[in-house]
Design a protein around this ligand. Structure first.
Ligand SMILES: Nc1nc2c(ncn2[C@@H]2O[C@H](COP(=O)(O)OP(=O)(O)OP(=O)(O)O)[C@@H](O)[C@H]2O)c(=O)[nH]1
Ligand SMILES: [Mg+2]
Length: 389
């Protein structure tokens, strides 16, 4: 994974949409499909030496990749190309997005083969440590494990990238593992979109196990639940129900509840918390039809209980495959995702419309003061944004 660090910068110029890496004045960038038409048209600027190599800020020389390079590299399971493909997906530059979508479309037939597992819990519950422990065992058992993070706050706080790299040190050195920190997409929607697409690319690269870590702060869990097959919540004894989102219904999304840190002096408390949680779960509607969510205890540090937790995950998948719940859920998720993307795009279009930008404050004030009914205000704004009704 040593080369992966350099993948985090988003200013990589390896695609050269601006044209400065083209092979000549009349040529298109090298990622344009051979038989492509005007949709890939781009301007090639003068005065730049054509050539395949790009010199990066750090002086690292790296060849830019064509669509075929990305496709073949990902399919061959080349970790460094996989990392670059994800960087491409995470890029907000329009040229990159076009290429990323073309790449995804080509990769789509090769996706869907992994167990998609989401892991949530409050900060410090031990998610990363647990993933390190579980992931290493899975790799040793022959599985190919990709770890992704969905953490919209990471772009604000500088991210837990370093922390996770340290915490997952053993796993990150394993040749069968791939670890990707959270994209810095800003909004939860943006981060989730990128992670969802990264997930697909990892599947096309042959990863059979995806572990998606997300910090439990309310909304994140719901979003990650909608992109995985199996969702588990990591709790710790004594952190308080309120804080761990137990009362906010997070437990109701879980297919597995794990009480972590069941080691040393803390073990009796963890075992008691497990038993209590098991009782609570009896009263709840299961997150997955026909599956009763178990409460389990384990220690990410000693590794005790981790194999049995994974045994439950496998049992869960068996249940979902046998009953068709897995296929059904994935279809629903794909359609949900489509709608989420449409909603997001419409919202962005609405709030960036010049009329809305100009009037929003006043209209808000008028509604707040009771001078304008909310319905009328909404209609006015919608019509000035071109969504008139
Ligand atoms: N005793 C004990 N400590 C643990 C266990 N799992 C994690 N820890 C410790 O708990 C602390 C937090 O662990 P992380 O794995 O970073 O927790 P996290 O849930 O990933 O935290 P965030 O990524 O910040 O949300 C670290 O100091 C770990 O060493 C465990 O099973 N037993
Ligand atoms: Mg973590």
């Amino acid at each position: 994974m040593s080369t992966e660090h350099q993948e985090f910068s988003h200013d990589e110029s390896h695609q050269g949409h601006s044209g400065h890496h083209g092979h000549g004045l009349s040529s298109k960038p090298d990622w344009v499909p051979e038989n492509a038409g005007a949709e890939f048209a781009t301007r090639v600027s003068l005065g730049v030496q054509p050539g395949g190599d790009v010199r990066h800020q750090g002086g690292v020389k790296r060849r830019q990749l064509s669509l075929d390079d990305y496709f073949n590299g990902v399919r061959a399971g080349d970790m460094s190309i996989l990392a670059r493909a994800i960087t491409l997906i995470e890029s907000n530059a329009p040229g990159h997005q076009e290429l990323a979508q073309t790449l995804l479309t080509r990769l789509l037939p090769f996706t869907g083969g992994a167990m998609r597992v989401g892991i949530t819990g409050i900060p410090g519950a031990g998610k990363s440590t647990f993933i390190e422990c579980l992931g290493t065992r899975l790799c040793e058992a022959g599985r190919k494990v990709a770890v992704l993070a969905v953490d919209p706050s990471s772009s604000v706080h500088g991210g837990s990238v370093l922390g996770d790299k340290v915490r997952m040190e053993k796993l990150s050195r394993h040749p069968k593992a791939f670890i990707r920190p959270s994209p810095s997409g800003g909004s939860l929607g943006g981060v989730a979109r990128k992670s969802r697409e990264a997930m697909l690319v990892c599947e096309a690269a042959g990863f059979d196990t995806l572990l998606i870590e997300t910090v439990g702060v309310g909304q994140n869990e719901v979003t990650v639940r909608s992109m995985v097959d199996c969702f588990f919540v990591v709790l710790i004894a004594g952190a308080g129900d309120e804080m761990q989102g137990i009362k906010k219904g997070i437990i109701e999304l879980a297919d597995l509840v794990v009480i972590n840190k069941a080691d040393g002096d803390n073990k009796p408390r963890a075992m008691a918390a497990r038993a209590e949680m098991q009782r609570v779960l009896h009263f709840l509607q299961p997150a997955t039809v026909g599956w009763s969510t178990p409460a389990l205890a384990g220690s990410a540090v000693t590794g005790e209980g981790v194999d049995s937790i994974w045994g439950n995950v496998e049992e869960y998948f068996e249940h979902c495959r046998k009953t068709g719940v897995l296929q059904e859920r994935r279809k629903e998720q794909a359609v949900e995702w489509l709608h989420a993307l449409v909603h997001e795009a419409l919202k962005a279009k609405f709030y960036s419309a010049p009329g809305v930008k100009a009037d929003l404050r006043h209209v808000e004030q008028a509604v707040a003061d009771g001078r304008l009914p909310a319905v009328t205000a909404a209609q006015q704004l919608l019509s000035s944004a071109g969504f008139g009704i």
